[in-house]
Ligand binder design. Structure first.
Ligand code: UN1
Length: 508
């Protein structure tokens, strides 16, 4: 096998520097942490981090700004988001390039992530004129009951490396139009992208006349995140990441009666039924399983295939996996870029060892790609045929590793889909409407996202995004997810001129 030739880190550093310059970022150089590129696995810049004092100061400043921002009319708050969306459009290529440089997404996916930022900005601008409440029928004569939605406060955002810009945008654009201010602790593996996003929002605030204090960025690690999570002024902590991270964050926020919105792991499955159109299913499965090198929370991890279809589907699937071009994400032909670091490479190797010990059979992939850079982590996406009840299948491995399980009845397939601790995304490939309806019904998939004839990943921003069980229960993006960023007040107005108690109580 030939050694994969990778670009020199020096050239990647120059590319990063040029993107950051075009966006107007002055890199806070220091030696608290390092911005790295997974393309070679090597450092790009040493950075100065934010300590406890800076974190507390950012929250205090965000709170101070909130006190005036909350009274700014919502459509005016939308102005900053509109300008932000325009700036993201203007810097679409720069942001995408930075995403490729710092987290290794292939060009098309990096460009798609920036598109998702634009989409949510458009959505939030529209939302800024639609923050409506209800008028509810009162049980008392000449009384009016009304629900109002008010700004909540400071929103603390903790985001992961895999959607370093879009997930922050989901939270920030919606929070800002809702009248909140934000403090962001991005993944340490995506500091440069965070600096770029923050700079564009700063420009948008300046150019639209919004106060600078509506958003703050903290570059730092776990300690910075913990300081943010524990600060009682942070009304909502919106955290995206692993289940262990959510387990640490959720109870800490709950202990101070704060609100949290958790978007944690997934262990997503697709069911291939006997009536499935394989021409449609195969590319959809491929993208869901290996897109972002299997490092999306929505990535497809389990393929639940009807026994009658296995013989036809599996060879086609493994052949497609074998042909997947793994390599430099800047190369136009590459479909699978690097893993974020050597850590997922190890977890993938361990998972494969465990499933094979458990009777599973590695059908394709799983081997590390030899490269000219020792620290880089490139792997061939793997397919493993495994008994449906193997315990390893219940765990999420954040890497391009797909388990193939078989089933006989739809009930069994649905039970398998649901028999994992996580509950983010599920899909079914079928031409049978009854099967599709059952899958989407109350006795179907127990996930937050339930798709028919499409993969588990690639959700649109217009819907509510998130999942159940260990996925954390949070919902971000569209639909009514904005409610999480506001507080509700229920008001009753008595215009009868008389005392009237609810529940027919007479108190005279
Ligand atoms: C994530 O992986 O954390 O649905 C978010 C998707 C993307 C977002 C994924 N729109 O795959």
């Amino acid at each position: 096998m030939t050694t994969l030739a990778l670009p020199a880190t020096e050239d990647l550093r120059a590319r990063a520097r040029a993107c950051l310059d075009r966006i107007g970022v002055v890199v806070p150089e220091g030696d608290d942490l390092y911005a790295r590129t997974p393309i070679t696995g090597e450092d790009l810049f040493g950075l100065k981090g934010s300590g406890t004092a800076e974190t507390e100061a950012a929250v205090a400043a965000a709170h101070e700004t909130f006190l005036t921002w909350r009274s700014t009319p919502a459509p005016r708050r939308g102005d900053v988001v509109r300008r932000f969306g325009d700036l993201v459009r203007e810097h679409h290529d720069d942001l995408a390039e930075l995403i490729t440089l710092e987290v290794g997404k292939i060009g098309a996916e990096a460009y798609g992530e920036v598109q998702e930022m634009i989409d949510i900005a458009d959505y939030a601008v529209g939302l800024s004129r639609q923050l409506y409440g209800r008028v509810i029928a009162s049980e008392r004569a000449e009384h009016r009951m009304v629900e109002s939605w008010h700004p909540l406060g400071v929103v603390g955002i903790i985001s992961a490396f895999n959607f370093p810009a879009a997930v922050w945008s989901w939270n920030t654009t919606v929070a800002l139009v809702c009248g909140d201010t934000v403090v962001w602790k991005p993944s340490e593996q995506a500091s440069l992208i965070a600096l770029a996003c923050d700079r564009l929002l700063a420009r948008a605030a300046e150019e639209s006349g919004a106060p600078a204090g509506i958003h703050h960025l903290l570059i730092g690690g776990r300690e910075t995140g913990e300081t943010l999570v524990d600060n009682p002024r942070v009304a909502l902590v919106s955290a995206t990441g692993s289940v262990p991270m959510g387990r640490a964050v959720g109870p800490r926020v709950a202990a101070r009666f704060g609100r949290s919105l958790l978007e944690l792991g997934g262990n997503n499955a697709a069911i291939i039924t006997p009536s499935a159109d394989l021409e449609l299913a195969l590319p959809a499965v491929l993208f869901a399983a290996v897109g972002t090198a299997g490092q999306r929370c929505t990535s497809l991890r389990r393929l639940i295939v009807h026994r009658d279809v296995v013989a036809e589907l599996v060879p086609r699937l493994t052949a497609a996996f074998e042909r997947l071009p793994v390599g430099d994400p800047f190369d136009k032909d590459t479909l699978v870029g690097p893993l974020i670091s050597r850590v997922p490479l190890e977890t993938m190797r361990e998972a494969i060892a465990r499933v094979t010990d458990d009777g599973g059979k590695l059908l394709v992939g799983g081997d590390r790609v030899e490269t000219t850079a020792d620290s880089a982590a490139y792997v061939r996406p793997a397919v493993v045929r495994i008994d449906a009840h193997s315990p390893v299948v219940r765990e999420e491995t954040f890497a391009p590793l797909l388990y193939v399980l078989t089933y006989d009845t739809l009930d069994e397939a649905i039970a398998l889909q649901n028999d994992v601790p996580q509950g983010l995304s599920a899909s079914i490939f079928t031409q049978d409407q009854q099967e599709a309806e059952i899958f989407m019904s109350a006795v179907g998939a127990d996930t937050g996202l339930v798709n028919v004839n499409l993969g588990t990943s690639g959700a649109e921003v217009g819907g509510a995004f998130g999942g159940e069980k260990e996925t954390g229960g949070g919902r971000a993006c569209g639909s009514d997810a904005w409610h999480a960023y506001m507080r509700r007040s229920t008001s009753v107005v008595n215009y009868s001129g008389e005392v009237a108690l609810a529940q027919n109580i007479s108190f005279s």
